[in-house]
Design a protein around this ligand. Sequence first.
Ligand code: KG4
Ligand code: ZN
Length: 375
Amino acid sequence: MKVLGIETSCDETAAAVVSDGVRILSSVVASQVPTHEKYGGVVPELASREHLRKIRPIVEEALRQAAVSLEQVDALAVTEGPGLIGSLLVGLVYGKALALALGKPLVGVNHLEGHIHAVLLENEMAREDDPSLPKTDLPAVTLVVSGGHTSLYLVESLRRDGASVFSYKPLGQTRDDAAGEAFDKVAKLLALGYPGGPIIDRLSAFGNPAAVDFGRIKMKGNPLDFSFSGLKTAVLYRVRGTGLAAEAEERRAWRKTAGRVTIDDVRAHCSQATLDLVASFQRAVVTDLVERTLAAAEKARVQTILVSGGVACNSLLRRQFAESARSCALRAFFPSLALSTDNAAMIAAAGYYKLRAGLRADTSLTAHASFPLGV
Ligand code: KG4
Ligand code: ZN
């Protein structure tokens, strides 16, 4: 079954063709970073306009790269939420119209479910080529960590009428900022560039992560919930209190006139104190994410951890998860960098299992800005 996936929940226009839920025939992603860069964050109205411009060429490119015609597509899967409503609607309406015109089945997919399937899809794909690779055995605890979400789920799969059906039990979530949002806001505060996550990741290699002790993030109530706004405010006070603010303003002025800059240019405009601060901030976020995920795995008594979403690209997060998982006899799985951030292959893969289980969307399918998974 060849599924055409469409994803437009935030600032990436993406289309992909996935065969039988395990083989990526194409995955095309058009990033809007240049559009939103100067604002230091995604501007919803600009995002929907960009999606409108790109949706058709991106779907056509995904079909071309997969060497599949629209008629050869067996079904369509579109993201129905959560996300920016104007952005979601572009992909959803386009997919719905295509499905109607072609008379093909359509399913709506939760974006978070898509992120979880990015890990399962790639693992299955790799194992088709090399069956000796470890399997992503379920049940598993999943951390979905991106610019919009930081959530833990218990993922289980069961067979129903010969098809795999997945269930998602929410274990914890952020009560304020998502981890990626905290990275982006700290980078904006320090005028390091956009999006902040990858920049802080690379700059941190030159800083001392033990320079600033932010302490552990304490949570009342559910210990598997997250909170990053206090940490972000702690960085703000550090900047105000140490004169790093003037340095950040100089950097802001420099960036306005500098045009395209490399990470080395940014680093050359950072004092050691700034590099130490971002490295310490990154370590505090990563330590918190890893510790709560391991605690969730212990509580749920599972051996498998899946980590997905844009922040799953973070090099320290990958290292720390790999080390901690090894020492606890757990297995931690990540998608490739390309499939960690938003893409449509993960939507097609998640949609495949729904289609196999007989789910079909009708013309009432619509977008939801807020769309909790597993409740
Ligand atoms: O999954 P994604 O593409 O979109 C959302 O659903 O939000 O994630 C984007 C987020 C941004 O906040 C970005 O700064 C963060 O992922 N990110 C990173 C890294 N690469 C992307 N955060 C930390 N380290 C990275 N290497
Ligand atoms: Zn995402």
